[in-house]
Design a protein around this ligand. Structure first.
Ligand code: GDP
Length: 366
């Protein structure tokens, strides 16, 4: 088609050729590229520089079930170990509704006021996708989430409590290597997760509520015994008196327990997470605890014991998964199970048969 206006004498009135129509689908969204793994050295370098994105990816790797990811993760952990340990590890537990999220939000901001960095991790074995998570499916810790020096991770989701806890423990190492000098480990306060959390923290804080009428009955004695501090939340408005009463009851109850191996007498305080009352007092108590156990040597002793505990736990974990993931053993287990169920074989002999086969395979290096 002729365009006379393109003639030089009509300069300024040229007709351009059209451009190609953009595709309907955003080309950047079209292909979801799989993230390529960095090398262990690259992860470590990023972590040591405090690169949050790399730390986050490394934690994901720790949590992954994929054997390739696991082997890189283990190398990263090993290389980070010399840089770990320089933090205060604090376990925080309480039943759902006790105010953990609200409290961690204000506790976290309080801790960060003095500088430093805070990582909030969680152990919640219920968080496996289908079962729904208690510690993660709502918007939690709104202020802390926005803080540049806070790193918040929901609970690892896959596997048994032991597996979930081990991953959280490994994530602590990575966070410490990345310079996080305060680590909170949150649990739900309804079951076994507390024991797991207790085995990886220096200080264990139990958040309680007053005013339910049966203050002491609702708490598992074991959890109370683990606590280095009990704090009664929601001491605000017309709840203050009840909180004070609960404080006295808890103090009396604690007298009945033997003195813990730390030599520290657990304290009981009241506060309000929501109205931000009594927060500095809670942290003064925690500071006092750290001073006390560092002076009497218990801090270092407990960490050594925890290291030993986690070594054994890791061995148990690996042995179990090596045994149960062996396809031949899996088949053998099923056939022996059937024999046991139909009363053709005793459970002890069946177990012995399967173990013998497993050990034989190990000897043969299969
Ligand atoms: P979590 O399930 O333990 O994490 O508890 P949340 O932090 O989600 O709190 C449960 C409910 O208690 C929420 O509705 C909070 O607003 C409320 N809550 C938390 N802390 C306080 C407090 O100090 N005082 C009062 N009155 N309510 C609070």
């Amino acid at each position: 088609m002729e365009h006379p206006e393109n003639d030089e004498k009509y300069l300024g009135l040229t007709v351009n050729e059209g451009v190609a129509q953009p595709p309907i689908v955003n080309p950047y969204l079209k292909r979801k590229r799989r993230k390529t793994l960095l090398s262990a050295g690259e992860y470590v370098e990023g972590i040591l520089k405090g690169n949050v994105s790399i730390l986050s990816q490394a934690v994901t790797l720790v949590e992954s079930q994929n054997p390739e990811h696991q082997s890189v993760a283990q190398e990263v952990i090993e290389k980070c170990l010399p840089y770990s340990g320089n933090s205060r590890r604090i376990g925080i537990t309480g039943v759902p509704g006790a105010g953990k999220s609200t409290s961690i939000d204000v506790f976290g901001l309080h801790v960060l006021k003095d500088g430093g960095k805070l990582a909030v991790l969680a152990i919640d074995p219920s968080s496996e996708r289908s079962k729904g998570s208690i510690l993660g499916d709502k918007t939690r810790m709104e202020k802390l989430t926005l803080h540049p020096n806070a790193f918040i991770r929901p609970s690892p989701s896959a596997g048994s409590l032991g597996g979930v806890a081990r991953k959280t423990r490994e994530s602590i190492i990575l966070c410490e290597a990345a310079g996080y000098d305060n680590i909170f480990v949150e649990t739900v306060g309804v079951g076994q997760s507390e024991t797991a959390a207790h085995s990886m923290v220096d200080f264990f804080l139990l958040i309680q509520l007053a005013g339910t009428g049966d203050e002491l009955q609702g708490i598992k004695r074991g959890i109370m015994e683990m606590a280095d501090g009990i704090v009664i939340n929601k001491a605000d408005g017309d709840n203050i008196e009840r909180a004070k009463l609960a404080q006295t009851q808890f103090r009396n109850a604690l007298h009945l327990f033997p003195l813990p191996p730390s030599g520290w007498t657990p304290e009981v305080l009241t506060y309000s997470g929501y109205f931000e009352l009594g927060i500095p007092e809670v942290w003064e108590m925690i500071d006092r605890y750290f001073e006390f156990v560092k002076a009497n040597g218990y801090f270092a002793q407990k960490r050594r014991e925890q290291d030993k505990y986690w070594m054994i736990e890791t061995i148990n974990d690996r042995l179990k998964s090596n045994f149960y993931n062996d396809p031949e053993i899996e088949d053998l287990l099923i056939s022996k199970e059937n024999l046991v169920l139909s009363n053709k074989l005793s459970s002890f002999i069946a177990a012995q048969d399967v173990l013998n086969r497993y050990f034989e395979k190990l000897r043969q290096g299969k």
